[in-house]
Design a protein around this ligand. Structure first.
Ligand SMILES: Cc1ncc(COP(=O)(O)O)c(C=O)c1O
Length: 495
């Protein structure tokens, strides 16, 4: 055991050897990964917070610090027992990346060097990786006109983009840019009161939330009706638009789901883009989950027209296997980024003197993590082709689950999946919305699987998101069996 200096009961862990301490944590994590992958541990651990706080002895560690390496080790081991196992193939929960085994390394490097990448001079390596990844994303959209991905210059016809901490902030960033385009005076004078945003009634809540944060009020979001699977009805766009015009209001942006959070279905981007072009409206694609489809020859049809957007958001911590958080906000016309947040901070924004590129003027955050490093790492670990393959396989697996559930009489799947998200119900004729919810809770409380639930057109559905590359057909068979057992018990209780 490595004793530390315990004078005054205080810890002096800084004297612990760097490598040995890291090795100790690495060994725990390796074991954690192995255990998770066996699928034998419960996927979910949901103790009450008081229990976790006591098990970790938070008060004493907070006051006195770790006493020695053994102490740190047992703390981390206990911490890990109270986490959810995303690497368990029975994890089909939220749209949160199942990281690759070595995905945590950039967070470790960043946590050690602490070079925020929003100012190039503060984090040149991180900012460069961000610039490179933004160039790569722009190139996938046909919005990059540089010589090669090392070309970080501001070419006139280039698009532009920044990485930010999550899709919600990214939607806010894109919508403030849309406002700057239609009402630049809003930044200093406040909002004109005639601006609205239209989009599917099922747009992610962060869109309406962004409008509230921007002082426009969430009622500034005007929902466009959706079909029975909650895909936008494009033939309703014109009616809504004329209605808005008759009220002397202006459309600041049209938002599309690519794909919708609950169903995983894509809005028809091409049709929406044509509508926006006809009326000269800003087109924003919320591609938090589904923008990755554009990487695949097989799947890119689902986002056909995405390149006609004015702005796009794309979460890397969903389908690019990057640990939370990391999202790109991309603009087709770079000036939309330059004009966003037009506010000066004399100590940071001095355009002509900087080497490299600063993202700080164009983000909600002032300081930000080395997001480009995390994003780049996902590709560095296995190469671009493997990342694309992961996307394709995940989409295919949702389809396999759909086919399997459809082959069983007791499951109702309203639509074939278009991504790796699938919604379904168990015996909807016998089990009501509450029962579907109860079914999910019993399943996840058993620790056997982690799935979520959502409402589609006001009805409760069970929802799976196939994020784990190890999830396969035998997990689907077992899932259906568990749901059938629990569901039939719930049904029997009702009689
Ligand atoms: C379509 C869509 N947009 C935005 C978000 C918000 O992203 P984040 O959780 O990264 O803030 C989500 C999250 O699930 C989403 O599905």
């Amino acid at each position: 055991m490595l004793e530390t200096d315990k004078k005054n009961g205080e810890s002096n862990l800084n004297t612990l050897p760097f490598v040995k301490t890291k090795q100790c944590v690495a060994a725990l994590l390796e074991n954690y990964i192995e255990q998770s992958k066996t699928g034998k541990n419960p996927v979910l651990s949901q103790e009450r917070p008081e229990v976790i706080a006591k098990a970790l002895k938070l008060k004493s560690v907070f006051e006195k610090g770790f006493q020695n390496l053994d102490h740190l080790e047992s703390f981390v081991a206990t911490y890990l027992t109270h986490t959810n196992h995303l690497r368990n193939p029975k994890y089909m929960g939220h749209q949160v990346a199942v990281p690759q085994d070595l995905s945590g390394i950039p967070d470790w490097i960043h946590g050690t060097v602490n070079n925020p990448s929003s100012l190039y001079e503060m984090g040149p390596a991180g900012a460069t990786l961000e610039g490179f990844m933004i160039n790569w994303m722009l190139s996938k959209l046909g919005w990059f006109t540089g010589e090669n991905l090392y070309d970080f210059g501001k070419h006139p016809n280039n698009g532009s983009g920044v990485l930010t901490h999550g899709g919600s902030i990214a939607n806010l960033t894109a919508l403030t840019a849309a406002r700057a385009a239609i009402a630049p005076e809003a930044w200093t004078q406040g909002n004109p009161d005639d601006l609205v945003v239209i989009g599917p009634a099922t747009a992610h809540y962060s869109v309406a939330r962004a409008l509230s944060i921007m002082g426009m009020g969430k009622n500034a979001f005007v929902p466009v009706p959706v079909d029975s699977n909650e895909v936008i009805l494009t033939d309703q766009l014109d009616r809504i638009y004329q209605q808005i015009k008759s009220q002397n209001k202006r459309v600041m942006a049209v938002v599309a789901n690519a794909c919708a959070t609950s169903t995983g279905l894509f809005d028809p981007l091409n049709e929406m883009a044509s509508f926006c072009k006809k009326h000269k409206l800003w087109f924003h694609v919320d591609g938090a989950h589904g923008a990755v489809a554009l990487l695949s020859e097989k799947e890119k049809i689902k986002v056909a027209g995405i390149e006609k957007a004015d702005s796009i958001i794309w979460d890397a911590h969903k389908m690019l296997q990057v640990p939370a958080l990391c999202t790109a906000v991309l603009f087709k016309k770079q000036e939309h980024q330059w004009n966003n947040f037009s506010q000066n901070g004399s100590y940071v924004f001095h355009e002509n003197e900087v080497i490299g590129m600063d993202s700080m003027p164009y983000t909600v955050e002032c300081t930000k993590s080395a997001l480009g490093t995390k994003l780049f790492w996902s590709f560095a670990l296995k190469g671009e082709k493997a990342v694309v393959k992961f996307v394709e396989t995940s989409f295919q697996k949702a389809n396999d689950l759909y086919t399997y559930l459809k082959s069983l009489n007791d499951f109702y799947c309203p639509y074939p999946p278009e991504s790796n998200i699938l919604c379904f119900q168990f015996k909807p004729a016998d089990l009501n919305d509450q029962d579907q919810l109860a079914l999910r809770y019993e399943l996840i409380n058993s620790g056997a699987f982690y799935i979520t639930s959502c409402e589609v057109q006001g009805k409760r559905f069970l929802r799976t998101v196939i994020m784990n590359p190890d999830t396969d057909q035998k997990d689907f068979i077992e899932l259906a069996k568990c749901l059938t057992d629990i569901g039939n018990q719930i049904h029997a209780h009702k009689k």
